[in-house]
Write a protein that binds this ligand. Sequence first.
Ligand SMILES: Nc1ncnc2c1ncn2[C@@H]1O[C@H](COP(=O)(O)OP(=O)(O)OP(=O)(O)O)[C@@H](O)[C@H]1O
Length: 281
Amino acid sequence: MNMQTAPRASHPAGKPEVGQPHTRNESACHDLSIRVRDLNLWYGESQALKGLDIDIFQKNVTALIGPSGCGKSTFLRCLNRMNDLIPGVRIRGLVEMDGRDVNAAKMDEVALRRRVGMVFQKPNPFPKSIYENVAYAPRMHDMVSRKPEQDDLVEKALRDAGLWEEVKDKLQQPGTSLSGGQQQRLCIARAIAVQPDVILMDEPTSALDPISTATIEDLMDKLKSQFTIITVTHNMQQAARVADYTAFFHLGEIIEYNDTKTMFSNPATRKAEDYITGRYG
Ligand SMILES: Nc1ncnc2c1ncn2[C@@H]1O[C@H](COP(=O)(O)OP(=O)(O)OP(=O)(O)O)[C@@H](O)[C@H]1O
């Protein structure tokens, strides 16, 4: 890992105050993908995110960990404005992607969601063929005009998602006819087909068997050369295996954020240590 790109604690001398996130040195931000400052979110009267500060780096895997209900999925949805679809949600604070305010009135939400793909816990292919699952969005975004171009794009996305060899002879079969692990790779192919900058993954392997899980983890490792990946996981071994950086959430706050190796070998806060070692949550 390039240490210049590693997140540094805002308190490099030692342990930060509990509740005070580590954030990266702002002077070296050439590889920054997402910058979040003082992000707060309320569902009605209930505050789910409290003053989040975090920098997320391009072409790395960042894992979001923490006990159930601490705000990981809510935070993920702030990055592609999916919370806008939930009635009663109020958001205050800054989310910048490549220097542009995601919540600005002039931000085109459709364009934003093209740049920020999402993969969910439960594989959710469209009720269409394998081919159409991948081809649909690029066509909608006018990324392809001719059929051969579209065929190439579908093949590339399926290859990049590690699924091509398994489906190349049955592209017209329904996406739902695949196994759960294959469906999840199809959803990843669908997400990457529009060439996003960022892929959000919300517990992408929690519905999968260990072999499919390992396949997706290997895939994440490969895909990070092309995409910035942010993943929510309850599986500590998975975070340790796949993530370059890890953020520990607790009760709507980011308590600790660091490179994964440091987070798992030498957590700076007691809460993160207790969670990682299974003494909490
Ligand atoms: N649509 C919603 N309406 C109201 N409250 C919500 C909504 N979604 C989430 N919440 C609340 O916001 C808080 C954070 O939830 P969130 O789903 O973001 O946590 P999480 O860390 O992803 O949890 P889990 O690990 O169980 O998926 C919880 O208290 C939850 O009940």
